[in-house]
Write a protein that binds this ligand. Structure first.
Ligand code: NAG
Ligand code: NAG
Ligand code: NAG
Ligand code: NAG
Ligand code: NAG
Ligand code: NAG
Ligand code: NAG
Ligand code: NAG
Ligand code: NAG
Length: 873
């Protein structure tokens, strides 16, 4: 014990000594009163608010035309549990928008608990305060879990279970419930756990049934019942979800009950280490005993474990502190856990500043208010839309604002006046739909995120591609922050963005290869510059990284460079600079093998057959010849799981079929290579109907809408509708893959009737799933309104026939961001048959930027011959 001179001393001085009872909240009473008021007011609702969500639920027919306006209760359409099974990896716990504190019950579900909780039947290991949402990889964060025993066998603290291996218990079926800012469940030890949060603090309320003795039913052998006296023991473990702790310490103060501690941990999909700190206070019961534990060995009165201190020989695994309480006066103990990435003092200050009153209801209602405010940027007319689809829609929007997380003021790496956001996890996933959606519905947050990206460049020398917990994550493809930055520029996000540094940052991606390009920037850049592609057999002297994925990295580098050209041109850089990146943007064509057939076997031992489609993106060697990668590999119908970060193939998490469509900068040239619009449409239709497309990953999004480029926007609308509700719905399984805070952005866009071509000022139009959609415009007081004439809630009339923008005939199949900046009215008339006029003429197609053959990057033959001869330049 070394409280004197310990870094924890200041924290203990400030600790509150408050252990009086907390009045029990009666949630039911509040609801009952609310319902009575509602029923009384219903006739007036009809008169004044006919058409609000609430009213429609009761009587869709009787409602008048939609007049806009939010139902105060829109949050009831947010179900945070969507995507907590089936690989969605959604965080369903209590969080504020972009909040750092994210409290939930953690399960020990292998390979599924990336965000802590999973809707399965795995036992609960504890309640922890920080998480990521929707990610793949290892589970993130989950540091310092609490675990609660209502009593210990024979009233002996040492007979309670302490370690993460021993203590897990089943949830009571059907008790998990989540709402924005709130999460609850019961454990089979009779505990009811509830949690809510502020920005950096989690507040837990642990309630007990109040019996003198409690029956603890054994999870495995239900006939085995242990009786324990009611005398709760709460422990706090220094472990994190992926058991990565490499150092740490903990201190419990027996008088106040305050527990403070820290640890050093690893990021879940990257390299490096980060430190985390907490400060926990308890209220509601008198303390009997305190102590610490290291693995299964719990010691009373040993109140301090330190990195080097006595009794802490095993720094990894479960170790922590515990408090044994008397029976709580009001059968509940409240625990307030402040977290910080700076220090324990900061963690304590966060807790004290954010929750001085220990008022669970206030904290919860403030969280609800924060979410309602964020969601008030959008309104939809619920006419004819099922509750399930409304829930799919609003929950998707909600998930889009879980991460990146606002760690401003908590940056442990550098001091800066710029905002700091973390959990860009990963931009490869999020650039396509999530960031474009935030740009419309929360431009202030998106601007802060862009500024944070630029500040990361300033301090670390490169923009991140994937980032979590202050560490560099693994780069999946290109340097796609370049696209996020270009997207922000073309959409007029300006406030406080230092565009000169932003430009410097993207040029650094394009020009300077870092020595470790697996975690930032790009690899094989010398060949990219000299040959215009990444050779399969390249010799890269400038840096190291997983030298796979030459096709997918190549088509992404090309689009990154194209987006840099848009930024260069917008910033009025010299013309040669603009055209240099425009030309490199055409490098995708170097992967096009015009004679590549689509070969496959219908049965494992059957004969090889092929479709009619000729020409695919294929790997290329240094000498220019093509190699072969099966066009379907890494699609759901062929070797789905053979294209990850470390699995040598030439495409990443997708097939050559898929990557052969990734040319957002020049679909016209691609369509020509594919044999013209009719052939292209046939090919894209085959892609969506053959099982090769996979909507569970973000690259699947844009191909839904690429029919637009071949004059067939109706088909985009058709396929967008076809994935609802079969792949996107309101069940716990209702997301086809890892959410990545991006799947919900796709469902929201698809349902609102437009989809962004990220990096460009282009939104492709399709038939909305609502009769009317309103989005708050950037210009104060204005709204961007999309109205559907002839709206069909059954989706039979899902083809746009004609359109009017602000009263004028509008024949283009796409709109620009000006609509969301200034507001306006877009009227769409829908019908049952695909229109052969609207969006069909060449001048109505979304833009393509062809680079004439003669102006493309000419391969540097001298460089090539040196590479071929092994005389590496
Ligand atoms: C959950 O736990 C609380 C507190 O022990 C108890 O009152 C309630 O009945 C439990 N609910 C269920 C469904 O077990
Ligand atoms: C608490 O006591 C009630 C009434 O005796 C009993 O029905 C219930 O099962 C007990 N609960 C627990 C968790 O032991
Ligand atoms: C448990 O920890 C205490 C305190 O460090 C130590 O004295 C004791 O030897 C340990 N017991 C076992 C069985 O490891
Ligand atoms: C930030 O500034 C504070 C106060 O000057 C200092 O204590 C801290 O070490 C700085 N942090 C970093 C990461 O430089
Ligand atoms: C991020 O957090 C900082 C500090 O708490 C706050 O000032 C800022 O408004 C937050 N940004 C957003 C977009 O919420
Ligand atoms: C590769 O390294 C060489 C030698 O240090 C350097 O001149 C060149 O600029 C580097 N190329 C890139 C693309 O970073
Ligand atoms: C090109 O390189 C590949 C791979 O090294 C080799 O198999 C092929 O024979 C070479 N072709 C020519 C024409 O040199
Ligand atoms: C909901 O979506 C999931 C995941 O995409 C899918 O597996 C499931 O079948 C869908 N459920 C319904 C009812 O359509
Ligand atoms: C976007 O910004 C540009 C350059 O600052 C300006 O010319 C243009 O008017 C802005 N557009 C809108 C719709 O605000």
């Amino acid at each position: 014990m070394r409280p004197q001179g310990s870094p924890y001393r200041k924290a203990v001085m400030a600790a509150p000594i408050r252990f009086r009872g907390v009045p029990r909240r009666s949630r039911f009473l509040v609801y009952a009163v609310f319902c009575i008021i509602l029923i009384t007011l219903l006739p007036r609702f009809h008169l004044h608010l006919g058409g609000t969500l609430l009213f429609f639920l009761i009587s869709p027919e009787a409602a008048g035309p939609y007049k806009g306006g939010h139902s105060a209760d829109i949050l009831k359409y947010v179900d945070p549990l969507i995507g907590t099974a089936n690989g969605g990896h959604v965080f369903p716990g209590a969080s504020l928008p972009y909040g750092m504190a994210k409290a939930v019950a953690d399960t020990n579900s292998r390979a599924e608990n990336a965000a802590g909780f999973v809707s399965d039947d795995a036992p609960i290991t504890g309640f922890s305060h920080m998480h990521d949402s929707g990610t793949g990889g290892q589970p993130s964060l989950g540091n310092f879990p609490l675990f609660v025993h209502p009593g210990c066998p024979d009233d002996e603290f040492s007979k309670c279970k302490f370690t993460v291996m021993d203590r897990p218990l089943q949830r009571v079926p059907d008790t998990p419930f989540a709402a924005p800012g709130y999460f609850t469940l019961n454990l089979t030890n009779s505990l009811k756990a509830e949690m809510t949060v502020t920005e950096h603090t989690a507040l837990y309320r642990f309630s007990f049934p109040g019996n003198e003795t409690l029956n603890i039913v054994d999870d495995e052998d239900h006939s085995k019942v242990t009786q324990v006296p009611y005398s709760p023991l709460i422990l706090i473990d220094l472990i994190d979800l992926m058991n990565s702790r490499s150092a740490g310490g903990i201190q419990v103060y027996p008088e106040s009950g305050r527990v403070i501690g820290d640890g050093s941990y690893a990021p879940s999909f990257g390299s490096g280490k980060y430190s985390a700190f907490f400060c926990a206070d308890f209220k509601g019961a008198k303390i009997r005993k305190t102590g610490t534990f290291v693995n299964t060995n719990a010691t009373e009165g040993l109140n301090h474990l330190d990195k080097q201190g006595s009794g802490f020989y095993n720094p990894t695994g479960s170790a922590g502190a515990w408090l044994h309480f008397e029976r709580p006066a009001s059968n509940a103990i409240t625990v307030r856990v402040g977290v910080s990435f700076i220090s324990v003092d900061k963690a304590c200050a966060n807790a004290e500043n954010e929750i001085p009153d220990w008022n669970f209801e206030r904290v919860e209602s403030q969280a609800r208010k924060a979410w309602s405010e964020k969601l008030s940027a959008i309104e939809v007319d619920p006419y004819g839309v099922s509750g399930d689809m409304l829930t799919t829609f609003w929950s998707g929007l909600y998930r889009t604002m879980l991460s990146p997380q606002n760690y401003t003021g908590e940056n442990q790496l550098w001091n800066s006046t710029e905002p700091y956001f973390d959990s860009f996890y990963c931009i490869w996933d999020s650039f396509r739909a999530q960031h474009p959606l935030l740009t419309i519905i929360d431009p202030v947050a998106q601007t802060d995120m862009v500024r944070a990206l630029i500040d990361i460049y300033r301090h670390e020398g490169k923009l991140p591609d994937c980032r979590m917990s202050f560490c560099k994550g693994f780069t999946q493809g290109g340097s796609n922050a370049d696209i996020v930055i270009a997207d922000a520029f073309v959409k007029n996000l300006t406030a406080g963005i230092d565009w000169d540094t932003a430009y410097e940052a993207v040029i650094s991606d394009a020009e300077e290869e870092p020595s470790m390009w697996g975690t930032s920037g790009r690899g094989n850049l010398e060949s990219w510059h000299h040959l215009g592609y990444i050779p399969w057999d390249d010799t890269d002297r400038n840096g190291t990284g997983p030298a796979s994925r030459s096709i997918s990295r190549g088509v992404e580098y090309a689009y990154d460079d194209f987006c840099i050209s848009l930024l260069a041109s917008g910033l009025s850089r010299p013309a040669p600079e603009v055209s240099k990146y425009r030309q490199r943007g055409a490098n995708w064509a170097n992967y096009w093998n015009p004679t590549q057939k689509d070969l496959f076997r219908s049965a494992p031992d059957g004969p090889v057959s092929s479709t009619k489609f000729l020409g695919f993106m294929q790997p290329r060697t240094v000498n220019g010849t093509f190699r072969y990668q099966n066009t379907r590999s890494c699609s759901p119908i062929h070797n789905m799981h053979s294209c990850y970060y470390d699995t040598g193939l030439e495409t990443y998490e997708g097939s050559p079929w898929l990557y052969s469509f990734f040319v957002p900068q020049d679909m016209q040239s691609l369509i020509k290579l594919m044999g013209g619009p009719a052939e292209f449409v046939e090919r894209l239709t085959y892609f969506h109907t053959s099982g090769i497309s996979y909507m569970g990953n973000e690259q699947g999004f844009l191909p839904v809408y690429q029919f637009h480029y071949a004059s067939r926007p109706g088909l985009s609308s058709y396929f967008a509708h076809s994935y609802f509700p079969s792949l996107f719905n309101s069940t716990v399984n209702g997301i086809p893959g890892n959410d990545d805070c991006a799947m919900g952005a796709f469902s929201a866009f698809a349902m609102m009737g437009f989809f962004p071509v990220a990096g460009q000022d282009v939104y492709l139009l399709s038939a909305p799933f609502f009769r009317e959609v309103k989005l708050r415009a950037k210009m104060p007081g204005k709204w961007a309104v999309i109205k559907v004439k002839n709206f069909d809630p059954e989706w039979k009339r899902l083809y746009i026939q004609s359109a009017k923008l602000n009263g004028k005939r509008y024949t283009k199949s796409w709109i620009t961001h000006e609509f969301f900046l200034k507001g306006g009215v877009l009227e769409l008339v829908v019908g049952e048959k695909e229109s052969d006029e609207w969006g069909a003429r060449e001048e109505d197609l979304p833009p393509s930027y062809p680079v004439p053959e003669g102006e493309r990057v000419a391969p540097d033959e001298e460089y090539r011959s040196k590479l071929v001869s092994g005389h590496v330049p």
